[in-house]
Design a protein around this ligand. Sequence first.
Ligand code: DP6
Length: 342
Amino acid sequence: MHNQYIFTAEVPSNIALIKYWGKRDLALQWPENDSLSMTLDSARTQTSAQIAASGPDMIRRADSQGVVTAYTSGSDKAVRHLAFLRRELGFSAALEITTHNTFPTGCGIASSASGLGALTLAAIAAWTGSASLTELETADFPRERLAYLARMGSGSAGRSLFGGYVTWHAGSSPSAQRIEPLAVDWPLTDIIVLVSRQEKAVGSSAGHLSVRSSPLFLPRLAGLPARMRLVEAALAAHDLPALGNAIEAEALEMHAVMLSSEPRLDYLQPRTSEVLAWLRQQREEHGLAAYFTIDAGPNVHIICAPHTAPEVVRRLNAAFPDLALITDRTGQGPLLYRRPTH
Ligand code: DP6
């Protein structure tokens, strides 16, 4: 047993440039379409796991105010994922888990991506006694397998297991899915405009199930392969205007599907639209090279080159003094380490 050590995983969030929105198979977590994301750097979940003296599993989650909630059973996504991992991998030891995010949860920064990713890594590290990602690989858990397991907890979590830019290919069958990093070295900045810190009323998992009720969904699917090629080419060429045009169209299209689904999903708020209109005006009038994307929430992610970021922040602060900003950048992916319990 490895109960004299605590195993800590830090897994970053990611921002999808081509969105995963819709599941072909719920149980097998098979997405309707390929997606592509940029792994972030400082927006992370830090999760520690150690073998418990006796069961059941205990997950303690601290919120941004440090208030801790404990979970041992029930419908919590993390508790269910731990049960899945145990079934799938055949580990029996109960775990004591503590976890916290470095950013507010449920606000359009994908907390389930970093959260379920970090849980997957920390739990498997504790069960196998692995002190690093290299040791996990030796214990028969290469990165692709970890990404597969994380994806079963939350689809977008699979992409957070790699750094840089990551594609998730849906493949022609659930078992043909692939998650892999792109060979692109292009640091970009993501300035997240916090229009709201409220938890969203409808989580993504529920939203994924209603996509086919939108008359816009099939046309969207038909157009996505071409957009994916465009985004991959723009990333390879470091062509920000081409990337920006494609990701803005993509975000608006996903929200058009959401807004025309039954039940309707309206994540956008008046301030969201204000920020989008402002950004377009900044581009047109001042040549500001910055582009937006939006996830399943009201907050706006503004993507730009690192050298443009201070100017974007300065202008945002002047135009929207009441809105908080989180500035993040392309990150290297997860970390794993171990320390003694005493
Ligand atoms: C809009 O990965 O949160 O952020 O698989 O049900 O956990 P589950 O869904 P989730 O969906 C993310 C949706 C999105 C787009 C994306 O990240 O690709």
